[in-house]
Design a protein around this ligand. Structure first.
Ligand code: NAP
Length: 264
């Protein structure tokens, strides 16, 4: 009960895994949730040696009952929840006019519905226990939208609006803080492999970023950890762009379509 507890959706890979590793190293108990149990178990084996305990929860964020079960299993295992990080997502490049109903639904349901279901399930637990917690939503560096990923850009914009709304509504009533991190391209992730499918598309994008590089997993993890700390107790309703200025220039993902030949 002494160790703090973070739940990270999509914690079995990429940015989620990077954050899980950081919190474990800092002595937190960590819950990693996702659909593929083997991936979660592998991550647990890899990172548990660093410090805190790791609980894996096989679940789909699109299912509100699974979100409730994730909360229940966390409480049974660790007795408390301090931070929720909504990180799970899906994305692919497609011409908007070619996007299928299923493609639209899959991305919007994971990103927008999933963030909501997990946030509400965790917040209800905090409210019941009269406990103060904080939520971090991982969004994307697209304040002006992003050609080629209309499903993801729409859902992430929804998550930002949700975050601001809850930062006020739950902030006023329950002192729950809700913030977003908008990472730019982060090396070593599937997200980068999908959005920059060739060396050329990767290099073109990096050249456009003002600091001419993509980010590191540790950079996202450090910011998330800071936002979870008492030192960030005055930050609420904020979206922090961790992207070397990428959000100030526009990357046109459609120009990468020729490299993967999908959506045609
Ligand atoms: P990733 O490696 O593809 O990881 C996504 C994780 O989410 C996977 O572990 C996946 O596991 C899980 N997931 C997907 N659908 C799920 C569902 N329905 N229910 C539960 N879990 C689900 O992604 P990433 O590239 O690290 O990105 C992580 C976050 O950062 C995302 O929100 C992404 O939009 C954001 N982001 C990433 C970048 C980047 O450069 N990578 C840039 C900007 C923003 P299962 O498939 O096993 O469920």
């Amino acid at each position: 009960m002494d160790r703090k507890v973070v739940i990270i959706t999509g914690g079995g890979s990429g940015i989620g895994r990077g954050m899980a590793e950081k919190y474990v190293q800092e002595g937190w108990n960590v819950v990693i949730a996702g659909r593929t149990l083997e991936k979660l178990e592998q991550t647990k084996r890899d990172i548990e040696q660093f410090g805190g305990q790791v609980l894996t929860v096989q679940m789909d964020v699109r299912d509100p009952e699974m979100a409730e079960r994730m909360v229940k299993e966390t409480k049974e295992a660790f007795g408390r929840i301090d931070v929720l990080i909504n990180n799970a997502a899906g994305n692919f490049i497609v011409n908007a006019e070619d996007l299928t109903v299923n493609g639209w639904k899959a991305v919007v349901e994971i990103v927008l519905y999933g963030t909501w279901f997990c946030s509400q399930a965790v917040a209800k637990d905090w409210i019941r226990d009269e406990k103060v917690g904080s939520i971090i939503n991982i969004v994307a560096p697209w304040p002006g939208g992003a050609p080629g990923v209309v499903h993801s850009a729409s859902a992430k914009a929804g998550v930002q609006a949700m975050s601001k709304t809850l930062a006020v509504e739950w902030g006023k009533k329950y002192s729950i803080r809700v913030n977003c991190i908008a990472p730019g391209g982060i090396d070593g992730t599937e997200g980068v492999d999908k959005l920059y499918p060739s060396e050329k598309s990767y290099q073109d994008a990096v050249d456009k970023v003002p600091l001419k590089r993509f980010g590191k997993l540790e950079e996202v993890a450090s910011l998330a950890y800071f936002l979870s700390s008492d030192n960030a107790g005055y930050i609420n309703g904020e979206c922090i762009y961790l992207d070397a200025g990428e959000h100030l220039v526009q990357i046109d993902y459609l120009s990468h379509l020729e490299n993967i030949n999908i959506g045609k």
